[in-house]
Every structure is written in structure tokens, then in C-alpha cells.
Design a protein around this ligand. Structure first.
Ligand code: SAM
Length: 221
């Protein structure tokens, strides 16, 4: 017999009132958000807030994104079970866990080694398989496994890094927050016939993407 999940009710309410009520309708995405135990991806002293309608700090100045934003970005990737997915910005590992529910394989790149190690622990504790966490500069993508059917960037970029566009498969989708350090537009790209279609999805606020094809250095701009 499995132990009762004390957060099951909070998770169901999160899906109904924060996500479905705001227009996310893909049943597979809703089911994944219902299944993955978000409270195992936040610091222990913040577990009571794991299903709140907001991002939360995860240490090292980084955050786990608001559940609604995770759902919107995931829905926009239009994932199929065999898809190969690249995520930039592992953070807590929660978004990677949701992606792994919906796709074939997920590579997730994190620039901060201690954050990456914690994410690996979170994923293992939650029983998630199918995610490989790699430490590195995700603005360069991950050429060894390219091309990808879907790419998600979960940190704010001044522009979409060119290597990521190059690593999209034909028919591939990419979702990323693009703009200043303080405010960004969520952008979706679709690669078709060698061309790129760009679809704006609305305003968001993410921590910066720092690397060769992102922002340079730390937080002072
Ligand atoms: N997807 C995460 C989750 O589910 O918890 C949230 C990501 S958090 C908003 C952004 C993450 O991107 C941080 O952990 C940060 O260290 C990482 N990051 C920033 N620049 C990066 C880069 N160039 N390559 C890889 N990770 C980067």
C-alpha cells in the first residue's frame, strides 16, 4: 500500500483553479501536473507553499517557476511521447519532470553545479526517469543529442540563442522568455521548411539566462 499524499488535494486545486481555469486545456499536460509531486522540488521549509500560485526560491538566487507558467510553456511545446526534448535551466528539476511525463527523453542543462545536483536528487526522490541533467552553458545548446523536437528555455534571454535555433529539428518547437532582465515576452518558434515562424505568447518575468549567447556575468546590469 502506498503512503497517502498529504498534498494531493492542493495539487488538484492547483490544476483546476490556477491552470485549467486560465485556459490550459491539453489533457496530457493537466494530467502530468496532477501527477508530479511539486512539493518534492521545493526546499523543505517551503513545502507548505509548493502549490501556491507563484514562483518560489530554490537557493543560489534561483527559482522554481509559477505552476501556471510551467503549464503554458509545456502546452506550447505540443509534445508527443517519442519527442526528444532539451530544457535550458534545470533549476529544481520540476519542469524537466513534467516534460519527461510527456516526451521520450529530456536533456536538461543547468549552469550552477550545486543546483544541478539538487535537481538530480529531487528527480530521484520523485521517481522520475528519462531526464539527464547536464552541467554547462545551455545557451550553446547540447550538440551531442541534437536535433531536438522541442526546446524550452526557462531563464530570460536577450535574444533566442542562435545555437538553439540550429539545434531544432524540422517541425521542432522552441519556447523561451525574451526581453530585458526585468520583463520578457514569452516567444514560441516553429521551424518549418527551413524557415522560422515566431508566435508571441504574452508577458513573463524570469531570472536571467547567463552565458555566451545570453546575458554576461551576474545580476548587476
Ligand atoms: N525550470 C526550472 C524549474 O523547473 O525549477 C526553473 C528554472 S530557473 C527560473 C532558471 C535556471 O536557469 C536557474 O537554475 C539558472 O541557474 C539557470 N541558468 C541560467 N543561465 C543558464 C545557462 N546559460 N545554462 C543553463 N542554465 C542556466
Amino acid at each position: 500500500m502506498t503512503e497517502a499524499d498529504p498534498f494531493a488535494g492542493a495539487r488538484e486545486a492547483m490544476v483546476e483553479f490556477q491552470i485549467r481555469a486560465r485556459g490550459v486545456s491539453d489533457q496530457r499536460v493537466l494530467d502530468a501536473m496532477r501527477k508530479i509531486p511539486r512539493h518534492l522540488f521545493v526546499p523543505e521549509d517551503l513545502r507548505h507553499a509548493a502549490y501556491d500560485d507563484r514562483p518560489l526560491p530554490i537557493g543560489e538566487g534561483q527559482t522554481i517557476s509559477q505552476p501556471y507558467i510551467v503549464a503554458v510553456m509545456t502546452e506550447q511545446l505540443e509534445l508527443s511521447p517519442g519527442d526528444r526534448v532539451l530544457e535550458i535551466g534545470t533549476g529544481s528539476g520540476y519542469q524537466a519532470a513534467i516534460l519527461a511525463e510527456l516526451a521520450g527523453s529530456v536533456i536538461s542543462i543547468e549552469r550552477l553545479p550545486r543546483v544541478a545536483e539538487k535537481a538530480r536528487q529531487n528527480l530521484a526522490r520523485a521517481g522520475v526517469t528519462g531526464v539527464e541533467v547536464v552541467v554547462g552553458d545551455g545557451t550553446k545548446g547540447y550538440p551531442p543529442e541534437a536535433p531536438y523536437d522541442a526546446i524550452m528555455v526557462t531563464a530570460a534571454a536577450p535574444d533566442i540563442p542562435k545555437p538553439l535555433i540550429d539545434q531544432m529539428a524540422e517541425g521542432g518547437r522552441l519556447v523561451a522568455p525574451v526581453g530585458s532582465r526585468d520583463y520578457q515576452e514569452l516567444i514560441k518558434l516553429v521551424k518549418r521548411g527551413g524557415g522560422i515562424e515566431t508566435i508571441p505568447l504574452g508577458g513573463v518575468c524570469f531570472v536571467p539566462l547567463i552565458g555566451q549567447f545570453g546575458w554576461q556575468g551576474g545580476y548587476s546590469s
